[in-house]
Design a protein around this ligand. Structure first.
Ligand SMILES: [Zn+2]
Length: 360
């Protein structure tokens, strides 16, 4: 029910905000540039690299339509939609306006996206019942604590993505050097059922070594390469080289990169909790309407002042009542409030749009 309430209130607000920003842009742009032609600059570059990747992959490894479909649908399609959205600053027809509103809803309003996912998962559940278990994740939408934790991962998403990219670059470098110089030492363990012990063989190409290292590092490796390689004894030919190879990887990945990832998440989490606490503190110690502080209010219960005397909803109701009422039937008090309240707060505009700059 709560979700439907949000859908009923937030979508009209989004549409209204969109229309207001379009009006503001109309004034600002003076009609000459209602679209941003620069929005497609990187679109062509991405398409070129994507097609290049698919072409090179097809030449080297044979055609894999699933992979190409995933790159086109997963990268090109969302990227194209984003470019189209950025291109339209002021929509010139209804189709453009509808596209912008649906796009903004899907991107900025998480309830809309989550609902679509929920619909997909629940439908899929009737075909394969394990999909029903995914619906347990709905707790994230309903718990503010869990939402805070998820946000501490998603809001530094760009920085985390760059660190992950650096991690992948590191693995590519280590896999290339490993194949070239320690090829017989990189081990792929496999379980031999007959003799019940772990045997191993080495990976043979840069790509297979990369995936092997990626898997073992992501699944608990934590910067430790020693466990994936054959042991070398002191005095052996490659002992010093192996020492450098393993230690630099451990310091770089295990200590520096892992701590950067943890630090980014913890910092965001800490900052968000601080904001939350500050917001709670302000809400409990300051009157929303008049700004009086709890310490300044000495003649009675401050809670009564906040929730009875200066209940913000009473003001909202009164303004809503005035907006719905015919101004010619206002009483003296009502016309006074209408003149004061309804015009004093600027809404999506500023004096700079109405007064020539020279007059300042
Ligand atoms: Zn007050």
């Amino acid at each position: 029910m709560h979700q439907y309430y949000i859908a009923l209130t937030e979508v009209p607000i989004l549409i209204q905000e969109f229309d207001l920003s379009v009006e503001a842009n109309k004034v600002l742009l003076q009609g000459d540039k209602y679209s941003d032609s620069g929005a497609f600059t990187f679109w062509g570059v991405t398409l070129f690299f994507n097609l290049g990747f698919c072409g090179m992959h097809a030449v080297n490894y044979g055609v894999a339509w699933n992979l190409y479909g995933a790159t086109v649908l997963g990268i090109n399609l969302p990227w194209t939609l984003l470019c189209i959205r950025n291109y339209i600053i002021v929509p010139t027809n209804n189709a453009q306006r509808t596209f912008c509103i649906v796009f903004d809803c899907a991107v900025t309003k998480s309830f809309f996206r989550n609902h679509l996912l929920l619909q997909f998962v629940s439908t899929q559940g009737f075909i394969q019942s394990e999909y029903f278990t995914l619906m347990l994740l709905d707790i994230v939408s309903n718990s503010s604590v869990l939402l805070l934790i998820i946000k501490s991962i998603t809001s530094p998403g760009a920085s985390l993505g760059m660190v992950l990219y650096l991690f992948i670059c590191t693995l590519v470098i280590w896999a290339s050097f490993g194949v070239e110089h320690f090829n017989d030492m990189l081990l792929v363990p496999f379980w031999d059922e007959e003799i019940q012990k772990v045997n191993s063989e080495s990976c043979s190409t840069t790509v297979s070594c990369f995936w092997f290292m990626f898997y073992s590092q992501m699944a608990g490796g934590g910067g430790d390469l020693k466990g994936e390689m054959r042991v070398v004894s002191p005095g052996g030919g490659q002992y010093l080289a192996r020492m450098a190879y393993d230690s630099i990887f451990f310091v770089w990945v295990g200590i520096i990169l892992m701590n950067i990832i943890t630090g980014l998440m913890l910092d965001t989490f800490g900052a968000m909790r601080e904001n939350e606490a500050r917001r709670k503190d302000i809400r409990s110690s300051e009157c929303f309407m008049c700004g009086l502080l709890r310490s300044e209010y000495t003649i009675g219960s401050f809670e009564d002042h906040q929730h009875v005397e200066h209940d913000p909803w009473l003001y909202v109701h009164f303004v809503a009542y005035l907006l719905a009422k015919d101004p010619s039937k206002d009483t003296g008090v009502e016309s006074f409030v209408r003149a004061q309240v309804l015009r004093i707060v600027p809404s999506h505009t500023s004096i700079i749009f109405h007064v020539p700059i020279d007059d300042f």
